[in-house]
Design a protein around this ligand. Structure first.
Ligand SMILES: [Fe+2]
Ligand SMILES: [Fe+2]
Length: 253
């Protein structure tokens, strides 16, 4: 179902649609904006972020292979960024884990909970919270859509659904990084290379909008794009629930 039954010629409206979706005003963003994180909260947040980002990387790889030939290029650059643009030492997961290591060795704060988080092999001891797990289970459906009876009835095109899912992810990733970066100011880590994502995600969201536009123009598939887009935004609520759970778990009482 298209928003207000309006058929859009430009995919640009998707940005507004994402930012006015309930996921964009999730309490996670309020929490990150209003109060600093403790060390253990920062680590728990990052470990949980890593869990979902690891899946998304793989789903993007699959999505690139799944696209019509002319659309592969819109996805491939994004995946290449994830893997360090040819230098695996600069891959995004490596940067994230370096940030976890730096937060862990940062001097301020302490409590018993810190021990639980920061013991050797600490990342294994941080729970992946239920919201993140739920996100991981559900998002696959829209990155690798199998057209059920409902989708077939609407004439949805599977690669365009994937394009919608990618676009929702990339637009919201920019919001996530802007919010998370604030939480690392007090650690002196807001300029850590992982937070270059504030720029990287800007590019990704533009590329993903170009991908969505391709399906608008070449396949008249805006309904399929919007279907994947809206479903993924709704699933993002679970992700943000999980990241907030991770922070709340280590909230000082
Ligand atoms: Fe990344
Ligand atoms: Fe991205």
């Amino acid at each position: 179902m298209l928003l207000n039954e309006v058929v859009h010629e430009s995919a640009e409206y998707l940005k507004e649609l994402a930012l006015s979706h309930e996921c964009a005003s999730h309490p996670l963003f309020v929490r990150l904006k209003n109060r600093p994180l403790s060390k253990q909260q920062a680590v728990a947040l990052l470990v949980n972020y890593d869990a979902h980002a690891s899946l998304l990387r793989r789903l993007l790889l699959t999505a690139a292979a799944f696209m019509p030939e002319p659309a592969v290029g819109f996805v491939i650059e994004n995946v290449r960024n994830e893997y360090g643009n040819g230098d695996y030492g600069a891959c995004h997961q490596g940067l994230l884990r370096d940030l976890i290591a730096k937060v862990s060795s940062e001097k301020k704060t302490d409590s018993k909970a810190t021990q639980e988080v920061l013991e050797p092999g600490f990342s294994a001891s941080v729970r992946i919270f239920s919201g993140v797990r739920k996100y991981i289970t559900k998002v696959v459906t829209y990155y690798k859509p199998k057209l059920d009876r409902n989708c077939k009835k609407h004439g949805y095109f599977a690669p365009a659904i994937t394009a919608g899912a990618i676009t929702a992810t990339e637009i919201m990733a920019l919001e996530e990084f802007k919010a998370m970066q604030k939480g690392f100011i007090d650690f002196g880590l807001a300029e850590h290379p992982w937070f270059d994502h504030v720029n990287v995600e800007c590019e990704h969201s533009e590329e993903s909008l170009a991908l969505a536009q391709y399906f608008f123009d070449e396949y008249n598939a805006s309904a399929s794009v919007e279907f994947g887009f809206q479903k993924t935004l709704a699933i993002n609520v679970h992700l943000y629930d999980g990241l907030l759970e991770a922070i709340n778990r280590y909230e000082d009482k």
